[in-house]
Write a protein that binds this ligand. Structure first.
Ligand code: SF4
Length: 144
């Protein structure tokens, strides 16, 4: 079974305490074709929570220790984001997932473009932390 960002199926797990349901993912979930995951919740972070962005690089850089994840209030969230990525990978492996349908632009789930760490709405190229880890483990990530 493939996996999907829980917020895309209507789970209110986003930093703002809301969801971003996408009709395609809601349908896949209703059909029992995807397992829902929220890397940041798996890391033990609450919803709502202070938003975070990757500072000084992208998710691959965080995995390699070259960049950090910081919340808007200045707290370092790198450990939590790495923990959430690892927990998501373990679920994906248990499910035999070949694909992850992941929410665009998130510092965890983003694929190909993320916010640049300045909290100004500016985008940069790169993946979120969980996306980077899944890709390194051969799982295709599809941006939704
Ligand atoms: S971490 Fe991923 S699944 Fe969780 S709220 Fe953010 S985008 Fe959605």
């Amino acid at each position: 079974m493939d996996i999907a960002s829980a917020c895309l199926a209507g789970v209110k797990c986003r930093y703002d305490g809301d969801a971003r349901p996408d009709a395609r993912i809601v349908k896949l979930h209703k059909q029992g074709l995807v397992k829902l995951v929220c890397p940041e919740c798996l890391a033990g972070l609450p919803a709502p929570r202070c938003p975070s962005e990757i500072s000084g690089g992208d998710g691959a850089d965080v995995l390699d220790g070259r960049a950090r994840v910081r919340a808007e209030d200045g707290e370092d969230r790198t450990v939590e984001f790495l923990r959430g990525a690892q927990a998501t990978l373990e679920i994906a492996k248990r499910c035999g997932a070949q694909r992850a349908y992941f929410k665009a632009k998130s510092p965890s789930c983003g694929c190909g473009r993320i916010y640049d760490g300045t909290f100004t709405g500016t985008m940069r190229s790169g993946d979120g932390v969980t996306t980077a880890l899944l890709k390194r483990n051969g799982i295709e990530v599809i941006e939704v």
